[in-house]
Design a protein. Structure first.
Length: 256
């Protein structure tokens, strides 16, 4: 859930700054869609239909909680890889679809599929940069090396502008030496920047999806909400996007 929680929370934080935000759910479990108060069973069109070419992205986007727009997912997305695999240029399908709507948004955030398949390749091909949410537990970073190898392949073959913004520590408990050791190990092992502040462990994150909003709405004064707001401001400064105004510096970020 770290990726989905991060996408929903950062999206809400960007929207609080007066920016136009589009979130894209690329997981067939539709966790982001549920988390933002949208029932996948009731959407007229989804990102699966967009990838299959039966509707445009503009036709599938719906308003969601916390002032963001959403390109929702449904269980149909589980079949998307088999549909895309035979297609020429399959890695560029999402980028092409989003190009028609991205001009209407300041920030587009992609919630990647948990597997490194065609859907994730589409996200990385469409994105300008990657944020890697990482639970501060020793086994959680075992897939980081494989993800970085995939990102390097995408950069070399499909999208030479793609950069890794850094690792975002989640479920962080500063009281434990274990959590601090995980962060230090990841930074040294992979040479990645660590985004700050780390996102603290909190039961509030588990409660938010059931209420159909991010923690920024369900627990506005919590430490977790405050941390995501700070991270959002860090990213906006890095992107040179000013709060509350239209910008030509649009960013498409993937949470992988």
């Amino acid at each position: 859930m770290a990726k989905t929680t991060t996408v929903a929370s950062l999206g809400a934080a960007f929207a609080e700054q007066g920016l136009r935000v589009l979130l894209v759910d690329l997981d067939a479990q539709a966790c982001l869609t549920y988390s933002l108060g949208v029932d996948p069973e009731e959407v007229a069109a989804s990102v699966h239909d967009v990838l299959c070419g039966t509707v445009t992205a503009a036709d599938a986007i719906v308003p969601a909680a916390d002032g963001v727009d959403l390109l929702p997912a449904t269980i149909d997305l589980a079949a998307a890889e088999s549909v895309l695999l035979p297609r020429a240029g399959r890695e560029h399908v999402l980028a092409t679809a989003l190009a028609e709507v991205s001009g209407g948004y300041d920030v587009v955030v992609l919630d990647c599929s948990p597997s490194l398949g065609v859907l994730t390749l589409n996200a990385l091909t469409a994105a300008d940069e990657v944020v890697i949410p990482l639970q501060c537990e020793m086994l959680s970073h075992r897939g980081v090396g494989q993800l970085l190898d995939t990102i390097e392949d995408v950069r070399r073959i499909l999208n030479d502008r793609l950069v890794v913004r850094g690792v975002l520590p989640t479920m962080f408990d500063a009281r434990t030496s274990h959590a601090r050791a995980v962060l230090e190990d990841v930074g040294q092992r992979y040479g990645l920047p660590v985004l700050e502040p780390p996102i603290p462990r909190s039961v509030r994150f588990a409660e938010a999806p059931a209420l159909g909003s991010s923690i920024l709405s369900t627990s506005r004064g919590s430490k977790g909400a405050a941390a995501y707001r700070e991270v959002a401001l860090v990213l906006l400064r890095a992107w040179k996007i000013g709060p509350g105004r239209r910008t030509t510096r649009r960013r498409k970020a993937a949470s992988a």
